[in-house]
Design a binder for this molecule. Sequence first.
Ligand code: SF4
Ligand code: SF4
Length: 127
Amino acid sequence: MSNPLVKCTVDQCTHYMPGDQCVAAKISVYNDEMKSNSRMKEETLCKSFHPRKTMGDMLGAFHNANVGGTVSAAFVDGTQLTPAVECFVNPCKYWQHGNYCNAEHIHVAGLNASKTADTDCETFEAK
Ligand code: SF4
Ligand code: SF4
């Protein structure tokens, strides 16, 4: 089993923390439609995205918080929390049986996201 480091720039999500970190214990990456086969990164999404309405909502994010979770080396410096990643996007070259991702790191993005479909796994590459 492998697990990538997660960098996320979706600052509208309750699980987002400054430093482009995700404090969710686990995230799920899906195709935009359950039955579709993603052919490009725009067709992937982070199912664990939850819109943050106010700054105070950040405190509410900790129901799925990575307390005592995996602490991995940072992308830049220091240490970085990273969630467990399950992925259902099997057309991606990093996808592994068991719904694992064997990329070293992934980047989840979505400018001004308000729903899961607004987010993408930028690291997706078609097989
Ligand atoms: S969009 Fe996904 S990866 Fe980004 S902070 Fe939210 S749950 Fe984590
Ligand atoms: S890089 Fe590919 S396998 Fe990994 S989470 Fe993104 S879409 Fe899934």
